[in-house]
Design a protein around this ligand. Structure first.
Ligand SMILES: Cc1cc2nc3c(=O)[nH]c(=O)nc-3n(C[C@H](O)[C@H](O)[C@H](O)COP(=O)(O)OP(=O)(O)OC[C@H]3O[C@@H](n4cnc5c(N)ncnc54)[C@H](O)[C@@H]3O)c2cc1C
Length: 544
């Protein structure tokens, strides 16, 4: 065991592991990349995290850089949960609900709590966390905070950032800060602190005062955007200040979250679900744009294209036959409303009118069982992702982009053309209401020809998304995979500004280096997995 592992083993309450098996397990997440950590630690409490950070800081002061990567369930699809140094794995011990405040409608959690478990606990109190990702059953809330995760309900309720009230964060040097909105007066006190925390407040405040204009110039015409760091809303016009929105979505590159206070929403399981079919993407896009103009947004606007339905049907002709028999339309939308009964009636009447204009057929259901049948169409994408064709399998390479909603059609048609030109099967699905769609063509990454093709497609896809004013990181964040494209997306000036933010929080580069900065396309190519698999999902299947 190395000296570092030895030191940590002696000083942490939690376990420290260096075995080949453990290192191999944590060398992958749900991305197509791999990198083995030097050692793994399961922190038992915040103090373990502090001690680890303080130790690596002291080593860094002497010129030795040992990265720390925080990790939840490892379902990150862009390599954000990989690292070459110390892997701090939270679900093992720091996985509790600390307080559920039913008056303030907040919940205080440790980062390693399973998202599905938190959701279940909230449901029993008539509450829920709306921005849950599709990986809700497998992933942790800490991972969702770090990735600013969003999901099918985000079209109405927004992303994770909107629900994080405050955080406890271990800084790169082991100091702990509590974030949350503070007044102008409280900010003055922070600015006077002689600690690393004080330095961070001073530097971020100065940066915002002097260079905010650069950040404001970053195009934000997409509804979901996790590229880079989010500085908006840190300092408001009234002088109040909050580092929370910046830490959320920073993927463990600015600090390590050890506790979070989240606000929750009323959970209303009484919904109305509409299933509309379309024979063109133009009509579908028109419908989505009009749905977005309703007096209250639907709680989901999900798209599944006809290729998904056809491919699922080819795999198993029984899977969809009761809910939607072949031949399939160009695409379908699932549109859900979750307001009060009276309000839902009004909204669905308006939606009816929209679908009358644009859809070729419509079914509406308030019956939970029938709704489950409708949702099967969306969840059928799971069969596509887990299906291998020989050694080819669906991989998350060009998977996380979002475009302005008025560019949906151009985006889907562009993706089809790109995949067709490269001899790949197209299938597109996702959050049409936010312009954020999934595409996971099949490749065999063990084959040189497929790897070359994958990178060609990756490059052209990136160009397509940017030409439409979109972002390549909408839900998952940049991770390692999309880091090489970040500068091209936001421009050199804004990139330099965000790099300054990184340097303020992490001057030695010990916090999840390689994520958001410092990964080139060559690095990506050399850390590709040739045996891509979703074992981290299966390992975290909910236990009943
Ligand atoms: C099938 C599938 C579907 C998915 N669907 C969605 C979706 O709908 N929406 C979406 O947003 N994402 C989605 N994802 C991506 C991913 O599951 C989510 O972003 C999830 O929230 C990550 O949680 P995790 O516990 O797995 O985090 P991990 O993968 O372990 O980590 C994610 C990032 O968070 C950092 N991190 C983890 N814990 C901490 C901490 N305590 N402090 C600081 N940083 C930390 C890690 O370093 C890493 O950068 C999907 C993934 C899969 C495989």
């Amino acid at each position: 065991m190395s000296k570092v592992a030895h030191y940590l083993q002696e000083h942490l309450v939690g376990e420290v592991m260096t075995s080949t098996d453990a290192r191999r397990y944590f060398a992958t997440d749900a991305s197509i990349l791999q990198q083995a950590p030097a050692l793994i630690a399961y922190p038992r409490n915040e103090n373990d995290v502090r001690k680890t950070a303080r130790f690596t800081w002291q080593l860094a002061e002497r010129g030795r850089i040992i990265p720390i990567t925080a990790r939840g369930a490892g379902t990150d699809q862009a390599g954000g949960a990989l690292g070459s140094g110390i892997m701090l794995v939270f679900p093992a011990h720091m996985n509790r609900i600390l307080e559920l405040d039913t008056k303030a409608n907040t919940v205080t959690i440790e980062p390693g709590i399973n998202y599905g478990k938190l959701q279940q606990a909230l449901h029993t109190h008539g509450r829920f966390m709306p921005p849950y990702p599709a990986s809700v059953e497998y992933s942790t809330v800490g991972g969702a905070i770090a990735n600013n995760a969003s999901g099918e309900k985000s079209v109405k309720y927004g992303d994770t950032r909107a629900y994080v009230q405050s955080l406890r964060v271990v800084l790169a040097n082991g100091e702990v800060i509590e974030t949350g909105r503070i007044s102008k007066r409280e900010l003055s006190k922070k600015l006077g602190l002689a600690t690393f925390e004080g330095e961070i407040y001073r530097s971020v405040d100065t940066l915002l005062e002097e260079q905010r204009i650069i950040f404001d110039k970053i195009p934000r015409n997409v509804l979901k955007n996790n590229a880079g760091y989010y500085l908006g809303d840190v300092k408001r016009r009234d002088g109040s200040f909050d580092l929370t929105p910046l830490i959320v979505g920073s993927q463990g590159t600015l600090g390590i979250v050890t506790e979070a206070v989240l606000t929750t929403e009323t959970y209303n399981p009484q919904t109305t679900l509409m299933l509309a079919s379309f024979d063109s993407f133009e009509q579908l896009q028109n419908a989505v744009l009009e749905l977005r103009n309703l007096s209250e947004l639907p709680s989901a606007i999900e798209l599944i294209d006809g290729n998904v339905l056809q491919q699922v049907h080819n795999l198993n002709p029984n899977q969809l036959k009761e809910v939607m028999p072949a031949p399939f339309p160009t695409a379908i939308l699932l549109v859900e409303f979750d307001s009060s009964e009276r309000h839902i009636k009004k909204l669905t009447k308006r939606a009816d009118k929209i679908f009358e204009k644009y859809a070729t057929s419509l079914q509406t259901s308030t019956d939970p069982e029938q709704q489950q049948q409708f949702w099967k169409l969306r969840h059928a994408t799971g069969s596509l992702l887990s299906h291998n064709e020989g050694l080819k399998r669906a991989i998350p390479l060009i998977d996380d982009a979002a475009v302005p909603v008025e560019k949906l059609r151009a985006y889907i048609e562009g993706v089809y053309a790109l995949l067709e030109a490269n001899g790949l099967q197209a299938a597109v699905w996702g959050h049409a209401g936010d312009g954020a769609l999934h595409v996971q063509p099949r490749f065999n990454l063990a084959q040189v020809g497929d790897r070359q093709k994958a990178f060609k497609v990756f490059n052209e896809y990136h160009k397509l998304v940017l030409s439409l004013g979109g972002t390549i990181s909408s839900g998952n964040g940049d991770g390692r995979l999309r880091t090489p494209y970040l500068q091209a997306q936001i421009g050199a000036e804004a990139y330099a500004l965000l790099h300054k933010v990184k340097q303020i929080f992490d001057p030695y580069g010990t916090l999840n280096p390689g994520v958001k900065f410092g990964t080139s396309l060559e690095d990506i190519k050399s850390s590709l997995r040739t045996d891509y698999g979703l074992e981290h999902l299966y390992d975290h299947l909910p236990r009943s």
